[in-house]
Design a protein around this ligand. Structure first.
Ligand SMILES: [Fe+2]
Ligand SMILES: [Fe+2]
Length: 463
């Protein structure tokens, strides 16, 4: 069974369990509204067990995780099921192959009647046995479970695959479906909620074979982070993310050597490039599962806030309410990326440039929101500490008000540390000797490029 089919099956079977559980509050166990979802679950499990002996589901931080990969597309019956499990205290539930229909019925009854909270796995296992539930095991979460950085990495990789396959389809003259684009967008959005720093940090690692795919994913991630700060409602947010992911898809209609051209473009070549928002708009219009809102955001992503961009809008043209988000994300990712004709700027330098563009090509309201979420010292900024040490910002403080987390890379004499140390400046324990560390300013990152690049990888591995 393919990974995606497994995920769909699990979502559907837990939805059915949740529905049954919800209906159990109103009807007796024998009622069809309680019973038929359980029968469905039983049938689904038989399919799943065709080539496996158990199914392990883990709930961490309110997220359902299957084989280390979170399932974010939760609907309310799913949430109610996860919620019940978490309350009782079961971190990981394992369904065994020999599970019977009766076991499942008893399990739903158990979830329904158990009022105790925060039980240990052992206590839950005993209660399950008392309730006549066989072939379901409860176990504590193992430390070997994937951490957030692995998950973020996996989601990032999936998103790159989705964008590249959409673009390949378009090049081959096919119209791709938009379902996968929407799915990875939801995954990114869920991951941003779970661990924003881990997801955002990946946009700063820029060792690409293929700029366009990674750029697309980065713009999706940054746009979604912005949509969060702007408090856009759920579907609006997803529309923005999908548009971010596909904003440059129109470039597939251009010659490859034009997109990859290392030097500055001629006037004619630039006229060609200018067609990509319109091409993208047409393509998105043909793709299934893509909302018109996303198509408009793609059409308008180079129009500029002052409408001086392309395609040139008619006088009095009004852009989509959320069309000013993607240009900010697009600009930030372009500025922080090294291209053959441009050196990469560091996050804080990029923010300074964007502030200057604010009110002209970029929407000042969105730039301000962006600057606020990235902090004065965005992740990736090289900073000097009061202790004379030099480090890199690797995360924001919990509430956004507290000082950032810093990875110390150089000691006070400027020697690189053999083992860089992550310190939390908001934490009173984060001291060097008797001094509490604090940021006193930024340093020219170009002096420290190699170690700084290494630090980003390190951030992904440690902490
Ligand atoms: Fe573009
Ligand atoms: Fe772009």
């Amino acid at each position: 069974m393919e990974r995606r089919d497994q995920e769909l099956l699990i979502t559907s079977l837990i939805r059915a369990l949740g529905t049954s559980l919800k209906n159990r509050a109103l009807y007796p166990l024998a009622h069809p509204l309680v019973r038929s979802p359980i029968e469905k679950v039983y049938k689904d499990l038989r399919v799943f067990f065709a080539d496996r002996s158990e199914l392990a589901l883990v709930v961490t931080d309110g997220t359902l995780v299957f084989e280390g990969f979170p399932i974010f597309n939760l609907t309310s019956p799913l949430e109610s099921f996860v919620d019940r499990l978490t309350r009782i205290g079961a971190p990981a539930v394992i369904f065994e192959k020999d599970l019977t229909l009766e076991d499942l019925e008893n399990f739903v009854r158990f979830l329904h009647i158990t009022k105790e909270q925060g039980l240990s796995p052992g206590e839950i296992q005993k209660l399950l046995a008392d309730a006549g539930v066989g072939h379901i095991r409860v176990k504590p979460i193992e430390d070997t479970d994937k951490d957030d950085k692995d998950i973020a990495n996996e989601i990032y990789g999936n998103a790159v695959t989705v964008v590249s396959s959409v673009m390949r389809d378009v090049r081959l003259g096919r119209i791709p479906s938009g379902t996968e684009s929407e799915r990875v967008t939801r995954d990114i959005s869920g991951m941003l909620k779970r661990n924003r720093d881990a997801m955002l940090a990946l946009t700063l690692i820029k060792n690409y074979d293929e700029y366009t795919y990674n750029h697309s994913v980065n713009v999706a991630i940054i746009s979604l982070a912005l949509a969060d700060v702007l408090h856009l409602p759920g579907q609006d947010k997803i529309n923005v993310g999908v548009a971010g992911l596909l904003h440059d898809v129109g470039k597939t209609q251009l010659a490859l050597d034009l997109i990859r051209k290392p030097s500055t473009l001629t006037v004619e070549e630039f006229e060609e490039i200018k067609k990509h928002p319109q091409e993208g708009f047409v393509l998105l219009g043909k793709m299934s599962h893509i909302r018109p809102d996303s198509a408009y955001m793609v059409l308008e992503h180079h129009m500029r806030f002052d409408l001086s961009g392309y395609p040139p809008p008619e006088p009095g043209y009004r852009v989509h309410a959320h069309s000013n988000i993607i240009p900010v994300a697009d600009c930030y990712d372009a500025l922080t990326t090294m291209r053959s004709y441009q050196k990469a700027r560091y996050p804080n330098q990029s923010l300074e440039i964007m502030t200057k563009l604010s009110g002209k090509s970029l929407d000042p309201y969105i730039v301000a929101a962006f600057a606020k979420t990235m902090g004065i010292y965005p992740v990736g900024t090289m900073v000097r500490l009061n202790t004379l040490e030099i480090g890199m910002v690797v995360g924001q403080g919990e509430t956004g008000e507290e000082p950032p987390k810093v990875m110390v890379l150089f000691d006070r004499d400027g020697n690189p540390l053999a083992r860089p140390e992550q310190v939390d400046l908001g934490d009173p324990e984060g001291t060097a000797g008797d001094r509490r560390r604090a940021i006193v300013g930024t340093v020219n990152p170009n002096l420290y490029t190699e170690v700084a690049a290494g630090a980003l990888y390190l951030t992904m591995e440690t902490a």
